[in-house]
Design a protein around this ligand. Structure first.
Ligand code: BGC
Length: 360
């Protein structure tokens, strides 16, 4: 009888343990907002890849709110996650959530955007964001001839560390061409004042970004472009060169410039290879975008999570300083997309199906 009880007890215990193990979420993913196609794409590609990898995971969105982001992290910690993959809404504010995860024994992977000013970041998977900005600079320089070309600068949100890296890359290429008179910056007197300075400090960058930020918001981008055009004379229009920080804001800014009769021709940058912007490129309404292959970022993040789950350490190819520590990282290369190579880079590569587009 005693033995029977022991067997039954063991069976019960195994069932409970098994159920718990099954119910447990191994990886928690926190993304900044559902309101931009970029992050919906990351979610879709994560869910596809996680299914293939056989990992249990949950994705939560912060909807542009750091308090919600922290609550999301706490929910995931309660669910027993071993690894947190988080793209912070605000790089500095997210430090508190990372600290909490670290305290709970959870490994923290900063995804695409770096969490700043904390030692609680284990790993950073990212694209080479300085190269993204350099690609904008190179594109605009390649289209400009002579002197005195009108340049309009726009930036991402100052709460996003990437906005600084993109700007740094763009400045590295544009600054010598502003200093030698090829370009005249028309919408930032801070940039004009700093035009002789090749290596800007973070405070210098912040002062320019403060003037030209879009906050990653389509409506802020539109309002800023409208305000810039209202205060610009006809001579500051004509042919214009626009450094726009991503596809969503680029479409808003492009539409605003296109609606101004004194603007005769514009060149405009972007990034993310969003479906709507690929169509804009085919239609000649956006000049370039930067393809950041989210499939690679997702698979690097999952590989890192699996390494941590198995008690090892993911591969590191670089480090990024987050204001507190050097974070081990794996940056991925980017690809410039223009009308000339859009079919090869976007459709033939399998990134987006041709059925999304017209007019190829
Ligand atoms: C990302 C971009 C994105 C932007 C706005 C950046 O941190 O790297 O891909 O367009 O945030 O969400």
């Amino acid at each position: 009888m005693k033995r029977l009880y022991a067997v039954l007890f063991t069976l019960l215990l195994l069932t409970v343990l098994g159920t718990t193990a099954f119910a447990q979420t191994q990886v928690g993913i926190v993304l900044p907002t559902k309101d931009e196609p970029r992050w919906i794409q990351d979610q879709t590609r994560f869910l596809d890849a996680l299914k293939t990898a056989g990992i249990s995971a949950e994705v939560l969105f912060s909807q542009g709110d750091s308090a919600k982001e922290k609550a999301n992290v706490e929910t995931l910690i309660t669910k027993g996650i071993k690894v947190l993959i988080i793209c912070p809404q605000d790089g500095t504010a997210a430090a508190a959530a990372a600290d909490e995860a670290r305290k709970a024994g959870v490994k923290v992977i900063s995804y695409d955007r770096l969490i700043r000013d904390t030692a609680s970041v284990d790993y950073y998977v990212t694209f080479d964001s300085v190269q993204v900005g350099a690609a904008w600079g190179n594109y605009l320089v390649s289209k400009a001839a002579g002197k005195g070309n009108n340049l309009y600068l726009y930036a991402g949100a100052a709460s996003d560390n990437n906005a600084f890296l993109f700007f740094q890359g763009a400045w590295s290429i544009l600054q010598p061409k502003i200093a030698d008179g090829t370009f005249i910056v028309r919408n930032s007197n801070k940039a004009v004042a700093l035009m002789k300075k090749a290596a800007l400090t973070r405070d210098d960058q912040a002062s320019i970004i403060g003037q030209v930020t879009t906050n990653w918001s389509f409506s802020d981008a539109k309002n800023k472009a409208e305000a810039n055009l209202t205060s610009a004379s006809a001579a500051m229009k004509g042919t214009v060169y626009i450094c726009a920080p991503n596809d969503g804001t680029a479409r808003s800014i492009a539409d605003t410039f296109a609606a101004d009769k004194q603007v005769k021709k514009y060149y405009i940058t972007g990034q993310d290879a969003e479906i709507a912007s690929i169509q804009y490129i085919i239609d000649g309404k956006q000049s370039m975008t930067v393809l950041k292959d989210v499939r690679t970022l997702v698979s690097d993040a999952i590989a890192a999570a699996v390494a941590y789950i198995n008690g090892s350490v993911p591969a590191k190819t670089a480090t990024y300083n987050n204001g507190k520590i050097e974070v081990p990282a794996k940056p991925t290369a980017i690809i410039t997309v223009t009308k000339e190579n859009v079919k090869a880079t976007i459709v033939d590569s399998g990134y987006w199906p041709a059925s999304n587009f017209t007019g190829f």
